[in-house]
Every structure is written in C-alpha cells, then in structure tokens.
Ligand binder design. Structure first.
Ligand code: C2O
Ligand code: CU
Length: 562
C-alpha cells in the first residue's frame, strides 16, 4: 500500500507538478460579437461561440478542464470560473488586473480549470468591466463516476440562469455612469435562460419553455448572473426543495420561493405533481437602493399530456421588491448537509480575525465636472474605507516577479475608523473613502474569520460578497453592529453552509470562516457590478507553505501580456 502511494506521488511529480486526479477535457471558447434581438430591438453582443447564454461546461468531481479562450471579438476579455477553487493555480482564475492582464483581440489563453471537491452547480463569466452581462454560462460538476446524489436521482436537469438585458450597448451603460458618477441605467428586462418571457413589450415569442412529465422529479440548476440585484424566484402552484448551493450539498428544505444573489447557485428539486397544464415560473428583483428595472421575467413549465393549455397560466405571487425579510430568511435557511458521506470541516477556532466594513460612498465632484451621483457627487464604494483602484499590471504577476510599486500590503484588518456603523445618521465626514490598491497578506494554513459589516452610509444596502479561490463557512449573521464579545457564542459551527458568495444584510453583519490553504492572489468583491465598478473589492495574498504541494504552480507559458 505504501509503495503504491509512493509510486503515485512520483507519477504526479513527473506530470510536471500538476496533480491531475480526474479526467482532462479540452474545449474551445471563441469570443465573438454576434447580433441578437430581444424586445424587438437588435444589437451586437459579446458572446462565447456565438451563444447567449454561453455553452455549458460539464465535469466530474476532481476533473481538470482546459478551455482554449480565443478572442475574435473587438474588445479585451477575461474569463472567470466562479466557485472553482483552482488549488495552487491562481493563474487562470480570470479577474482582470488581479491575476492576469486582458486577453486582447486576436490573442488566445488556454485556461486550466482544476476542480477539487466542488460538487453541483457552478458557472463561468467574463471578469472585466461589465462584459458578464452577455458572457456567462453554467459549469456543472457531477459526482464521480458511480457516486450517487444524496437525494433521489432526478429524471432530468433544467438550467435556470437568470440574466439581464439592456437595449443599449453595455459598454455605454458603464462608461456613461462612470463619467457622470451616477447610478448606471436600469436594464430593460430580466431573463431566464436568455429569454425575457412574455410580460414585456414586444417579447411574446421570447419565452423559455420546459416540458415536464407528471409524477417525475427534476433538478433545477439555478444561477444568478443578474448584474445588480438579488432575485426572487417562484413557480406557480409548486413547492421547491433546495438541496445544494454554490457547489456544496445542503440539508434539504422545502419552500415556495427562492432568493438568489448574483454569483450564487442553488440546486432545487422540483416535483411535477400538479394537474397537467401550463404554469409560469417567474423572477423579479429584490431592491433596496439604486436604479433597477421593476419588471418580471417569466418562463413556462409545460406538462406533457392531453389538455388544453390555458391562455393565461397561473402566475406566482413573488415577494415584494423591498421584502428584505424574505430575502434574509431564505439566505439564513441554508445549512450544510453534514453527513458521514458528506462531512464538513469548519474551523472551530480562528487565528486570523478580520472585520471589513462595506459602504457605498460619495466623492465630491471635481471642479470642472458635473456629477449625477447622490448630492451632486460621484458614487464610490469601499471595503474598510478603501476604494480599490485597478493597477496597471496584475497583482499576481507583480507578486510573483516581485515588481514593486503595483500594490501595497497594508489593507487594514479592521475599520480604520470605528463608529456606530449602523446609526441612523452617519456623519458626512465618514462618507468619503480613500483610494488605494492594497492587499491583505494571510499566512498559509491560518484559520481566517472574516466578519463583513454593513454601514448605513447613504442608507445602506445588501452586498453579495464573493471570494475567489475558496469556499467558506457562513457561521453567523445578525442585525446592527457585530459585537466580538457577544456574537461568536451564537455561531453555528455544526452545519453552517459552505458558500462562495454570501449576501450581507442591509445594516447587518455576516461572519465567515475558511482555512487559508490555497496559496495565491485571490479577489474578494461585492457581486453587484455597480459596486465593483465603484471600488468595492480587495485582494488577499495567501502565502505559500514550505512543502512542495503548498506552493503555487508555475505560470502557464501563454499568460496574456500587459
Ligand atoms: Cu462571479 Cu469575481 O466573480
Ligand atoms: Cu455591494
């Protein structure tokens, strides 16, 4: 037995340090501009392989996928594999100027997607400016060959990818907002699998329809690629059983609605147990602050059989737009499955304790500018009062090659000013953040506790926070200010959910824990794109350990040049 292990370790070493356990699959992603029509208006959009949404990637637990990204479009791109930990391989993670420079038009980049213990639904999307509005798709990680789901095998799988559509060019929407400092224009429609559904002007033919058979059970793989909103989702007359989120199994629970954050995925069992007919599924935003489209996207669930379909099928009643209670209740219902077959590994103690405040801020308008943000200022956003400024070359390259002057290592572990974060009127003095390209350095293998604290600057809102390179356990949450003396005693260290994106409630806090065992440069950001564009992001540098398997893999030869 020992010999065998030794033999295999040697084999792995010979494979050029890349420990490939599962299968390797290779495919092409060709970026191209293609005309698409929605709501009777047509425009050219950036796509992968001409598809919208893009192609679905499949793998099994532990596989490695290789995607040759070929840029035949007219703009820069990068692709991120959202929720894939990429052990020791930050090189092909994708966030622009964090781990790579853009893939320029006419150039290619072969990206290695190293799956490890993720299981369930993940996705991929562009990670440069607002390109993910059209460049996104599912990444489905099946159990290992011969392994079963921890729930009855579904008859079929149904993707439900929530998206958004602007009639105007998405690059224009962003540049206009950045120029004037204002909130970006709201979209014209929300989408289910690329289709708005028939509740919009001139959209009747643009409806996603799925056929189900009475008595069968289906697995919905839901992904939220909406740019700036948590989304509510519901199917008329049907209950939903949640069984997974962010590529980890959860304790099954039954609900009649879902609240899903941008970046999050939710796996749901749907029993086709109603009178054979047509039913609407519908989704609309949860919104607290900012521009948004007050509209509903729909799709049709159609049973097989002989019946006359109603001309207007039943529509589900979704939670109200501003219903934060429904959103928070859903988020708080997720628990890890935590069985012997699917054990969890929650750090019981933390040796690195961090507290990060999340704020939307205002910069004063420049002298010769006119600004359209709140109070005639310019919207900005910050973590611990630092507004992230993108460097000229990526942080990973600068770190690896020891290039100085690209970033500072002094990102604060605690808020630089302590105040009553959720008080009713936060003094004006605290509204203005500081610009900086700062990272937080974390020791290899340390157990990190990170508490996100919302602030009431400008009234506050929710923030779906996403960490690259890791999944984390969501061990606690609460309203108001986090209290280190009192709140940790209420943590769930038994079956907290394992996620890569977590919505921090408005004027509340959320505590996460993870073991920093993946060396590299890893981005942390709000998954609302307007907040990212205003600077709500930062990066961790997780140091390497001493053993060979605690070091980063070497960079690929075709890394895009800056
Ligand atoms: Cu879904 Cu940094 O991304
Ligand atoms: Cu945010």
């Amino acid at each position: 037995m020992k010999f065998l292990t030794l033999y295999f370790s040697l084999l792995l070493l010979l494979c050029g340090f890349v420990a490939v356990h599962g299968k390797i699959q290779r495919q092409k992603f060709v970026l191209q501009d293609v005309p698409y029509t929605r709501l009777c208006s047509s425009k050219s959009i950036l796509t992968v392989n001409g598809k919208f949404p893009g192609p679905t990637l499949y793998g099994r637990v532990g596989d490695t996928l290789i995607v040759d990204v070929i840029n035949r479009a007219s703009e820069n791109v990068t692709i991120h594999w959202h929720g894939v930990k990429q052990p020791r391989n930050p090189w092909t993670d994708g966030p622009v100027y964090i781990t790579q420079c853009p893939i320029r038009p006419g150039t290619n980049f072969s990206q290695r997607i190293i799956l490890s213990d993720e299981i369930g639904t993940l996705w991929w999307h562009a990670h440069i400016e607002w390109s993910r509005a059209t460049v996104y798709g599912a990444l489905i990680v099946l159990p290992k060959e011969g392994d079963a789901y921890p729930f009855p095998k579904p008859s079929a799988e149904i993707p439900i990818i929530l998206g958004e559509w602007w009639k105007s060019d998405i690059r224009q929407v962003l540049s206009e907002a950045l120029q004037t400092g204002s909130d970006p224009n709201a979209s014209d429609a929300f989408l289910i699998n690329g289709q708005p559904g028939d509740q919009y002007p001139c959209s009747t033919s643009d409806t996603f329809k799925v056929t189900v058979e009475y008595g069968k059970t289906y697995l919905l793989r839901m992904i939220n690629d909406v740019m700036n909103n948590i989304m509510f989702f519901k199917i008329a007359n049907h209950n939903l059983t949640v069984v997974g989120s962010d590529a980890a199994y959860t304790k099954p629970f039954t609900t009649d609605y879902v609240a899903i954050s941008p970046g999050q995925t939710i796996d749901i069992l749907l029993e086709a147990n109603q009178q054979p007919s047509h039913y609407y599924m519908a989704s609309r935003p949860h919104n607290i602050a900012g521009n948004f489209a007050n509209t509903t996207t729909t799709a049709i669930l159609a049973y097989t059989g002989n019946y006359t379909a109603p001309s207007s099928p039943p529509l589900p009643t979704l939670p109200n737009i501003d219903d934060a209670v429904s959103a928070n209740t859903f988020t708080a219902s997720l628990r890890s499955l935590a069985t012997t077959d699917h054990p969890i590994d929650v750090p019981q103690k933390a040796d690195t304790e961090l507290l990060f405040t999340l704020s939307v801020n205002i910069f004063e308008c420049g002298l010769n500018e006119s600004c359209n943000g709140a109070l005639q200022g310019r919207f900005r956003a910050s973590i611990n009062n630092i507004t992230f400024v993108q460097p000229k070359i990526d942080i990973l390259e600068a770190y690896y090659k020891r290039v100085t002057g690209v970033y500072e290592e002094d990102f604060p572990g605690n808020p630089p000013f302590q105040f009553n974060y959720t008080m009713e009127f936060v003094p004006r003095l605290l509204w203005v953040p500081q610009n900086g390209t700062r990272v937080r350095v974390v020791e290899y293998n340390s157990s990190v506790e990170l508490v996100f604290q919302g602030t009431n600057i400008l009234g506050g809102t929710y923030h779906p926070m996403h960490l690259h390179g890791y999944s984390f356990y969501v061990v606690g949450r609460g309203n108001g200010n986090f209290d280190r003396a009192r709140d940790p005693s209420g943590y769930n260290l038994v079956d907290p959910p394992l996620q890569n994106t977590i919505a921090i409630p408005r004027n509340g806090w959320t505590a996460i824990r993870f073991k920093a065992n993946n060396p590299g440069v890893w981005l942390l950001h709000c998954h609302l794109d307007r907040h990212v564009s205003w600077g709500m992001e930062m990066a961790f540098i997780v140091k390497e350990g001493t053993s060979q398997d605690a070091k980063m893999l070497p960079p690929p030869a075709d890394m895009p040049k800056c």
